[in-house]
Design a protein around this ligand. Structure first.
Ligand code: GLN
Length: 495
């Protein structure tokens, strides 16, 4: 097997056993990135810098105790600032911007020895569900060139699915890791809000934004997450959680369970509203099969109620634009961002710079956000949405009294065609299954469990698992055990 087709765990073993050098591995991945430029997964690649970093990693691999990710290739979503590469957040507003510092997670992964190959495409400022809102062009789904890859971390998901990198970072505000992972047939985890530092992650909606990982398997996600997570004094919402090795207990059965039924004792709740009308049959079928497999592994399935999760779309699309309108005010052509060439006075400079720099979806969100925060509407919209958010979180807490994990769809359909959903509301509605966990700050994971049918036979379907706050270990364990028993995560678009 070409080691660039191997997952992160196998690549790590091969590097440690010196069966391959980091330089060879990185060279192979760079070649693939060039060969699959048609996918549009990357907005920036620095092959020379990556090869230099790989050679340095090879020296450390020859010494004692190389760091955990030493020599492993990865990519960062372009929402994370990097001192040696541009960071655009998919926007013309930031074209050519270079940060004087690294985002905390970028710095941590660098210290852990990972070699960054480049930056991946994304919806502008992480606003979108299809990656079509990127100012630098859409991304194609490696499984089916007519399909969107999902969004907003569509570049990261497509890059991992096409084997251009074994893992990539992402950010998830309302589903942007889980949904593209599902649509590209890869595994993605959005941790608990606050587990990974937001320092240096270009802000969209700060009370929801969370960094995470997209990789081929739950084990690989666990490996990278362990190096990203942990308290950061430079992020005021960073959680006081000790760093941990999320891979340590993944192979073992749950306490009291055995190798045949490693998930014995695990109670998995299925929210009734998530399986109601609106869920495509071709999505429900593979989901039900995966749930049966979880049952065979010992898990107990029970129906639960999340009565207010259906309000998540309405609440999120008030709260996220409200926060975005505030966060994006810094892009004024003075403090940050593109400045118009022609203007007569200060006001016109602001207006033109923002008109030229932002794309249509970003402008729409800024308008909505400014409106719902304005005097007279704040109480009617913003405050109401905050209350609904709290009720949704309470529903989850009540549900977790009866179950250990919640399972359901990631999205109501498989990936749609590029250009198929020009209506923004239709895009917003497609987030119905990822938004509830985001509003509650809960960790969520998506893993591939099959494909659609008929004309969609090459469009992957993902299963979403949600855990209580800081339940990443439980989430990754269940996903890993399911992946040990199935092979969906091993399929490649080139098979
Ligand atoms: N699709 C959602 C939005 O457009 C979520 C995006 C995200 O998680 N960054 O806001």
């Amino acid at each position: 097997m070409n080691l660039a087709d191997a997952d992160l765990r196998q690549q790590q073993a091969a590097l440690l056993q010196r069966r391959i050098s980091s330089e060879e591995l990185v060279r192979e991945h760079v070649l693939r990135i060039e060969q699959r430029a048609d996918l549009g997964a990357f907005v920036h690649v620095d092959a020379q810098a990556a090869l230099r970093a790989a050679r340095a990693a090879d020296e450390r691999l020859a010494g004692d105790e190389p760091p955990p990710l030493c020599g492993l290739p990865l990519a960062h979503k372009d929402v994370f600032v990097t001192r040696d590469m541009p960071a655009t957040a998919g926007s013309r507003m930031l074209q050519g911007y270079r940060s004087p510092f690294d985002a905390t997670i970028v710095a941590r992964l660098r210290e852990a020895g990972a070699v960054c190959l480049g930056k991946t495409s994304m919806d502008e400022f992480a606003m979108g569900s299809s990656n079509e809102n990127c100012a630098f062009g859409a991304v194609r789904n490696p499984w089916d060139a007519a399909a969107i890859p999902g969004g907003s971390s569509g570049g990261s998901a497509a890059a991992v699915a096409a084997r251009l990198v074994p893992a990539a970072t992402g950010s998830d505000t309302g589903g942007s890791i889980r949904q593209p992972a599902a649509m590209c047939g890869v595994t993605g985890i959005k941790p608990t809000y606050g587990l990974c530092s937001r320092f240096g992650m270009i802000a969209y909606a700060s009370s929801l934004d969370q960094a995470g990982v997209i990789a081929r398997s739950a084990w690989d996600c666990a490996l990278v997450l362990g190096q990203m997570a942990g308290f950061d004094p430079r992020d005021s919402t960073s959680a006081q959680q000790p760093a941990q090795d999320y891979t340590a207990r993944l192979d073992a059965p749950l306490p009291g369970a055995d190798a045949q039924r490693p998930l014995a004792g695990l109670r998995i709740g299925l929210p009734r509203p998530w399986f109601a009308d609106g869920l495509a049959d071709e999505v429900e079928r593979p989901l039900r099969e995966a749930l049966q497999q979880l049952q065979q592994l010992g898990a107990r399935l029970l129906d639960i109620d999340l009565p207010r999760s259906q309000l998540a779309v309405a609440a999120y699309y008030i709260l996220a634009p409200a926060e975005a309108s505030s966060n994006l005010s810094r892009f004024d052509g003075v403090r940050y961002g593109h400045r118009a060439a022609q203007y007569h006075d200060l006001e016109e400079m602001y207006a033109r710079s923002r008109a030229e720099g932002f794309g249509p979806e970003v402008k729409r969100r800024i308008l909505i956000g400014t409106y719902v925060l304005s005097h007279g509407y704040y109480d009617a919209y913003y405050l109401q949405a905050q209350k609904v958010r709290r009720l949704i979180a309470q529903d989850f807490l009540a549900a977790f009294a009866d179950c250990d994990l919640i399972a359901g769809p990631v999205a109501p359909t498989v990936a749609w065609n590029l250009g198929e959903l020009p209506d923004p509301l239709a895009n917003y509605l497609a987030d119905v299954h990822t938004l509830p966990a985001s509003l509650a700050g809960l960790p969520g994971l998506s893993l591939p469990v099959g494909f659609g049918s008929g004309a969609h036979a090459r469009r992957p379907v993902g299963l979403q698992l949600v855990a209580p706050h800081f339940g990443e270990q439980r989430l990754l364990h269940a996903a890993h055990q399911l992946q040990r028993a199935t092979d969906w995560h091993l399929r490649a678009p080139t098979d």
